[in-house]
Design a protein around this ligand. Structure first.
Ligand SMILES: N[C@@H](CCC(=O)N[C@@H](CS)C(=O)NCC(=O)O)C(=O)O
Length: 227
């Protein structure tokens, strides 16, 4: 995700969590999970058409000027829904990722907070909590990442020989096929690179966000007290 998308996603998460925590809709333990899933669902939905355009620009050497015509033809041929092509597999990977990520993040953070007298999260703590929860979420959602990649490769191969995919295998079917062909190991292909990418990126993103948030909170507080 890009920086603006991540900022919107994190802010949406905070707002949703605050909304859910004050109400009896979910227990406070599960509020981060629900807020994380909803915030990610919204983000994936907004980002999905932009990602599609980015890949079109990169893969088919379409210029910005041709892009408008490209989008119009796609909409005329496949309707508005075609702009959200690939939304399903992306959401299936990213929504469970976020649900797991925020649930564990808040859990690890409160556990680490137990060692501190003040109830304020330090940047270091959010870095550690983000890294740990990102690793757990990345491992548990790895099978969905494998399925997403295999689907993209299959679709790309069909497009290359100009065959219109009439039927796309369901995620469940693909998961079962991978398991039958390559065993559980196949579902967790790319384990190490995924962790090497997820742990630092989650740790850096969340600690930067928490740092910015507390910086501006302090600034506002000082301003209120001063003025
Ligand atoms: N899209 C990710 C989900 C992981 C994720 O969302 N990580 C957050 C940080 S905790 C992120 O924004 N990563 C950057 C990215 O996805 O490009 C995946 O590969 O499964």
């Amino acid at each position: 995700m890009t920086v603006p998308a991540t900022a919107i996603y994190f802010t949406a998460y905070d707002q949703l969590k605050a909304f859910l925590c004050g109400r009896a809709l979910t227990s406070d333990l599960y509020a981060p999970m629900v807020a994380g899933a909803l915030a990610r669902l919204g983000t994936v939905t907004v980002i999905s058409p932009l990602e599609l355009m980015r890949t079109k620009l990169q893969a088919q050497h379409v210029s910005y000027r041709e892009l408008g015509a490209c989008v119009r033809t796609a909409v005329a041929q496949g309707g508005w829904r075609s702009l959200w092509l690939g939304w399903g597999p992306t959401a299936l990977r990213d929504v469970p990722f976020s649900a797991l990520y925020w649930f564990n993040y808040e859990l690890v953070k409160s556990w680490l907070n137990g060692f501190r007298p003040k109830d304020q999260t330090s940047v270091g703590m959010s870095f550690v909590a983000g890294g740990i929860s990102g690793t757990v979420a990345a491992v548990l959602t790895l099978p969905f990442d494998v399925v997403k990649t295999q689907r993209q490769v299959a679709l790309g191969a069909m497009e290359a020989v100009r065959v219109n995919p009439l039927h796309v295998d369901s995620t469940w079917l693909l998961l079962r096929r991978i398991r039958a062909e390559s065993g559980t190991k196949g579902l967790f292909a790319g384990f190490l690179p995924r962790i090497i990418k997820a742990a630092p990126s989650c740790a850096i993103m969340i600690s930067t966000y928490e740092f910015g948030k507390s910086f501006f909170q302090r600034l506002n507080q000082d301003r209120l007290l001063g003025g």
